[in-house]
Design a protein around this ligand. Structure first.
Ligand code: PLP
Length: 436
């Protein structure tokens, strides 16, 4: 289990899923459910795709494994080229890992290596945002600014500094432009306080997915990148959620959020969740400073047993083929405004205090007292209650405290968006009635 309430260890009674079909999963009692969160933001092309099953079987029979230390395999080479073609700027060097956490971890480890080779071993500090999420290894968990991830873990705080979440709250009296200025100023001041010679990395999701689909003010990423450039800080864009079509583009950093980062990390949608795989694309310019004539005898180790696993890479190539063949990026771009519009209609419910959406990822935030400043303990139970009701009605919701996240398979149709949002509305109404 990814998370367990320890007092109830071994007692959890989660529904057993029997099979998946398109945007639906079917449980062992035959209940057909819309996969509202897209598994964990990853089931882009949906379930039961023959193309992926065939690619997996063919590759498993052709070459099921190769050691990344002494040999290479064709699917990994081909996939690296395909990914590099879709990344912005000169992010043309691709390393594969086993998932999102290991992709971010490797990006951070690369930054250590990079600064050591450049002869500045003190440049190791990482700046991240509150409400961000970057994974479950020790280091990436320590970089995750969601309070819920912290209790009872030792956090590597000596290397990590948190700055504000870019969540804009109009109620606070600032305009969005003024709020953006404040965020950039805080970033600059934080760098000055730590010492620019000590700051190695700014690690940021384009939108903070697990924090509740927080979309930064327009221009935020470009402004933060400009600060990074001035201080020779590596900008890592964590596209584990936003990559591979979620926002209607292969990668969202430049196309949606206007920034060309130094490193992009990806996972999840790269295989639509069929098999585990992650990776990172690094800028040629960055690599040039520590490779070839500048290598200084260095040897960068990125050696997972399953780095560039041929079967996972074959699935990822088939997945990219399906996304192209079925025009899924265009479909997401066309459907996104309708998806947002339907979610925004939920604001007519008295407890829905905010709705945020980008591409096919959205979040509905609920509070029993819409005028309160912060969600109460009772509000934080609303998400699970909504999920419970929606489940009975045929929809899986990802509850996050008082928020419900929607990140359905990208192949969802307009009619299915209607069904999904209608069920969510009923779930919210029933859950709030329970609470009164
Ligand atoms: N980065 C982001 C932005 C994520 O949302 C996640 C997982 O949700 C991760 C990294 C970690 O990925 P994984 O669970 O594949 O290790």
């Amino acid at each position: 289990m990814p998370a367990e309430e320890m007092a109830k260890l071994g007692q959890s009674q989660k529904p057993l899923l029997a099979y998946g079909d398109g945007i639906y999963v079917v449980d062992s009692e035959g209940r057909r459910l819309i996969d509202g969160p897209g598994g964990m933001w990853c089931t882009q092309i949906g379930y039961n795709r023959r193309e992926i099953a065939d690619a997996l079987a063919e590759q498993a029979l052709r070459l099921s494994y190769n050691s990344p230390w002494y040999t290479i395999n064709s699917p990994a080479s081909e996939l690296a080229e395909r990914v590099a073609k879709e990344t912005p700027g000169d992010l043309n060097r691709v390393f594969f890992t086993t998932g999102g956490s290991t992709a971010v971890d490797t990006a951070l480890r690369f930054s250590e290596y990079y600064n050591n080779v450049l002869g500045r071993p003190e440049k190791k500090q990482i700046i991240v945002r509150r409400e961000g999420y970057h994974g479950s290894t020790s280091l990436t968990a320590a970089c995750s600014g969601r309070a819920g991830n912290w209790p009872n873990f030792d956090i590597a705080s000596e290397r990590i500094t948190f700055i504000s979440s870019p969540r804009f709250r109009p109620a606070k009296g600032l305009s969005e432009a003024e709020f953006l200025d404040e965020l950039v100023q805080e970033f600059e001041q934080t760098i000055e306080r730590i010492g620019p010679e000590k700051v190695a990395v700014f690690l940021a999701e384009p939108l903070l997915a697990s924090g509740g689909v927080i979309i930064p003010p327009k221009g935020y990423h470009a402004r933060m990148k400009e600060v990074c450039e001035r201080h020779d800080i590596i900008y890592v864009s964590d596209e584990v959620v936003t990559g591979f079509g979620r926002c209607g583009e292969w990668f969202a950093s430049e196309a949606v959020f206007g920034v060309v980062p130094d490193i992009i990390t990806f996972a999840k949608g790269v295989t639509s969740g069929y098999v585990p795989l992650g990776g990172l694309a690094i800028s040629e310019q960055l690599l040039a400073r520590v490779s070839g004539a500048n290598a200084k005898g260095g040897f960068f180790t990125n050696g997972y047993t399953y780095s560039g696993h041929p079967v996972s890479c074959a699935a990822a190539i088939a997945n990219m083929d399906v996304i192209e063949k079925d025009g899924i990026l265009d479909h997401v771009r066309e459907l996104a405004p309708y998806f947002a519009e339907r979610l925004i209609e939920l604001k007519t419910l008295p407890c829905v205090v905010d709705v945020r959406a980008s591409g096919l990822v959205g979040c509905v935030e609920c509070m029993l007292d819409p005028d309160a400043d912060e969600p109460t303990a009772l509000d934080k139970r609303l998400g699970s209650l909504i999920d419970k009701h929606c489940f009975e009605l045929g929809l899986i919701v990802r509850p996050l405290g008082n928020m419900c996240v929607m990140s359905p398979p990208l192949v969802i149709t307009r009619e299915e968006v209607d069904t999904m949002v209608d069920i969510l509305r009923q779930g919210i109404v029933l859950a709030t009635e329970d609470m009164r």
